[in-house]
Ligand binder design. Structure first.
Ligand code: S3P
Length: 425
């Protein structure tokens, strides 16, 4: 797909539903008693993988793709059926890791596998704590990656000190903790996104959060809920940056989730001097939303590190683009997790932005970007990573000449109508 220089992006946009919340709605809905109705569900390939996996375990799920409404007829905590086939997670790390926590406690054995990218992503981070709980979970190829074989067992509560701030690891343990014979807690180096904890609370689970520790009590049952999924701030991020760096622009993104464990990009924009305002702030079961308006801004470099990193981990590729359009240097540190996402996002960003003429260098745990150098068009290998493709679409719209994105269709993972929405502005 080809991109050329643009100016004057104007208008309002509503981005699709939050990916993390959409996944969790399927999982908790499947385990609840009664019918859970989800509005604003993300029809991205990752979330459809979660639906397909739970359907394979006997859960009736109706997905109205015209209205983005999903009805999940929950089977209750202990009534999932043994799947007849491999549980195919596609490209979805969230499905793989969260579902593994559930599978570890079932009365059957399952095999979890996905695409080439999933088969390279680290699973030891969930295998270790789940094994400590008594789970029987093995990497079939012995490389600590999928395919995984999970034989359900009786689980024990643990108090786990996680070496990484990862909501997928935390959530896998908390989901397994629903089935444990005692209390389970997870402590992280920094707070990661808390959607599982918030949704547990609404489904009636006894969960407590204190600083970087989340503690869950075993559950007897979950009560079906009505869920309103807010717009995904990780999808809004592309329009936020487009509005800030494209000349003569003003964009409003409606109904975006601004959960404080996810809103790091707003902090970064403010630190860089962006013209960004939040209106119409509302709250639904602990998940706040706002309309975000951005205008073309003169930006300066910043340092992004420490506790801020988990709050914007998925936005770092587009933030690297933003930094190219700021005066001065932006330093991203403590972000080694970028290397184990859908692609190695440090290498892929540095390689592609260098091809466009940016002054960027990779470090052990992040990147250093010296902003202010004009970008020129280039051929971009997305590595089939949705966040790379979307980031370079915005870069290409602000570069001289033509930018060609290879594998552009991978946006389908989290934002199927991304290019159409961009076109409208
Ligand atoms: C997610 C957690 C993050 C994030 C991913 C979604 C989640 O991953 O990058 O896109 O829904 O819990 P990690 O937990 O591996 O940091």
């Amino acid at each position: 797909m080809l991109f050329t220089k643009k100016h004057n992006l104007q208008g309002e946009i509503t981005v699709p539903g939050d990916k993390s919340i959409s996944h969790r709605s399927i999982m908790l809905g499947a385990l609840a008693n009664g019918t859970t109705e989800v509005q604003g569900f993300l029809q991205g390939a990752d979330c459809l993988s979660s639906i397909a996996c739970f359907q394979k375990m006997g859960v009736e799920i109706e997905n109205n793709t015209a209205t983005n409404t999903v009805r999940i007829h929950g089977l209750g905590l202990r009534n999932l059926k043994a799947p007849q086939d491999v549980l195919d997670v596609g490209n979805s790390g969230t499905t793989t890791r969260l579902m593994s926590g559930i599978l570890a406690a079932q009365s059957f054995t399952s095999i979890v596998n996905g695409d080439a990218s999933i088969q390279k992503r680290p699973m030891k981070r969930i295998m270790t704590p789940l094994s400590l709980m008594g789970a029987d979970i093995t990497s079939i190829n012995g490389n600590d990656c999928a395919p995984l074989r999970i034989q359900g067992k009786t689980l024990h509560g643990i108090h786990y000190q996680s070496p990484v701030a990862s909501a997928q690891v935390k959530s896998a343990i908390l989901l397994a903790g629903l089935y444990a014979d005692g209390e389970t807690s997870v402590t992280e180096p920094y707070v990661s996104r808390n959607h599982t904890e918030l949704m547990f609370e609404s489904f009636g689970v006894n969960i407590r959060c204190n600083g970087t520790t989340a503690t869950v009590q075993p559950a007897s049952h979950l009560d079906a809920q009505q869920i309103h999924v807010p717009g995904d701030i990780s999808s809004a991020a592309y329009f936020i940056v487009a509005g800030l760096i494209t000349p003569d622009s003003c964009i409003t993104i409606k109904n975006v989730g601004i959960n404080p464990t996810r809103d790091g990009i707003l902090d970064v924009c403010k630190a860089m001097g962006a013209d960004i305002t939040l209106d119409n702030i509302r709250n639904h079961v602990g998940e706040p939303t706002a309309d975000i308006t951005v205008r073309t801004s003169s930006l300066k470099g910043t340092v992004i590190e420490g506790a801020l990193i988990p709050k914007l981990i998925d936005e770092l590729p587009i933030i690297a683009i933003l930094a190219c359009f700021a005066n001065g240097t932006t330093i991203i540190k403590d972000a080694q997790e970028l290397k184990v996402k859908e692609s190695n996002r440090i290498d892929v960003m540095v390689q592609n932005l260098s091809a466009m003429g940016a002054d960027i260098e990779a470090t052990e745990d992040g990147m250093i970007i010296r902003g202010g150098k004009a970008l020129h068009g280039a051929v971009i290998d997305s590595k089939l990573d949705h966040r790379i493709a979307m980031s370079f679409a915005i870069a290409g719209m602000n570069a001289e000449g033509t930018t060609e994105i290879q594998g552009a269709e991978c946006v389908n993972i989290s934002y199927p109508n991304f290019y159409q929405d961009l076109e409208r502005l």
